[in-house]
Design a binder for this molecule. Structure first.
Ligand SMILES: [Zn+2]
Length: 347
């Protein structure tokens, strides 16, 4: 790959953040939002099931997040894998088309949103000074554990028989397809162990993936990822990969985010992305969210300016957050006067 392409990749996020005024709004929980609208996603494909059964609902949820102020919308491909679709009886070709479709649906939603804004039928809230709000499409890649749908998504334990090569072979074709689908970046989400981060970093380099990526880890204590590797060690893997343009944490309780940002800031100058869940705890085996004491949506939103001050640049929500959460985040970020809030650029 020529150095020109490399530079383009590394500057994408910095330029985008500048266009957004220093900070960007990521969308909120996707699968749980489909569910809130009545989708039955109790299935090994989880949210990706809707790509087959109810694509109109996928479009609706993307539009709801755009209307709430999101600058980055994440595709419904989190649990969309060729292996998972084939297990449902689809051909490899059909599975690959569904992956492409997940991205098409997202940029179609962006076009619908822009057209509505142009026609003035919607209030263009939080658009800033730009006539068109900067919006990126991030193609979601969930972990191998998410595909297994056996709870290992939240333990990061795949067993000794699963090597880095196994993980690379598992993810390779999906990553290639998503990289050539028209998406602006790949969002590797909810990464539960260091091995999978290494596999992603290798794939990005070895396959000459021509769009940038973010790596977002998950944590149950703010210090380690579920498998037990430290978040800092995982961040170093992401930091040393030239294709990675942001690093962060998602689907983690809001109360841990501040300290994680502080730790990440010690080992990377890349922009930090945070999109915590609602603070409820997911019981992967029973596929249920369990309420946790004393963490409300108000707490979540009140943390946003602290996370910004600690050094994060991209803010959104994960499971069980809703367009309301995102609207509130957008409000916090747009309500800052330039005098009190200087955008931080670390690269
Ligand atoms: Zn989540």
């Amino acid at each position: 790959m020529g150095s020109f392409v490399k530079e383009e990749t590394s500057s994408l996020m910095t330029e985008f953040l500048e266009k957004c005024g220093g900070y960007a709004v990521v969308d909120g929980g996707f699968a749980t939002e489909l569910q809130r609208h009545g989708a039955d996603i109790n299935d090994p494909l989880w949210s990706a099931k809707c790509l087959i059964t109810s694509p109109h609902l996928v479009t609706k949820v993307h539009l709801d997040y755009l209307e709430s102020g999101a600058n980055i919308i994440i595709t419904a491909s989190y649990q969309a894998t060729i292996q998972g679709f084939v297990a449902k009886g689809l051909s490899v070709g059909e599975a690959e088309n569904l992956l492409r479709r997940s991205v098409e649906i997202t940029y179609e939603a962006r076009e619908i949103f822009y057209n509505r804004c142009t026609k003035g039928s919607w209030d263009f809230t939080y658009a800033g000074k730009a006539s068109r709000r900067p919006i990126l499409v991030a193609a979601s890649v969930g972990s191998y554990g998410a595909y297994l749908a056996d709870g290992s998504e939240y333990s990061g334990i795949y067993g000794d028989s699963v090597s880095k090569e196994t993980l690379k072979d598992f993810h390779r074709r999906r990553v290639q397809i998503l990289a050539n689908s028209g998406a602006d970046l790949i969002a590797f989400e909810t990464i539960p162990n260091k091995l999978e981060a290494e596999a992603y970093a290798d794939l990005l380099e070895e396959e000459n993936i021509n769009i940038p990526a973010w790596f977002s880890f998950t944590s149950k204590d703010g210090v380690t990822v579920p498998r037990g590797d430290s978040v800092v060690e995982c961040t170093k893997v992401a930091d040393s990969c030239t294709k990675v343009v942001a690093i962060g944490i998602n689907c983690t309780a809001p109360r841990y985010i501040h300290d994680v940002i502080i730790s990440l800031r010690q080992v990377t100058r890349k922009p930090i992305v945070v999109y915590p869940n609602s603070g409820e705890i997911y019981d992967g085996l029973n596929k249920k969210w369990i309420k946790s004491e004393g963490e409300s949506e108000e707490d979540f939103v009140s943390y946003v300016s602290k996370w910004r001050d600690a050094g994060a640049s991209l803010f959104g929500g994960c499971c069980r957050t809703t367009p309301n959460t995102i609207r509130a985040i957008a409000k916090v970020l747009s309500g800052e006067s330039p005098a009190t809030s200087k955008p931080k650029f670390w690269q």
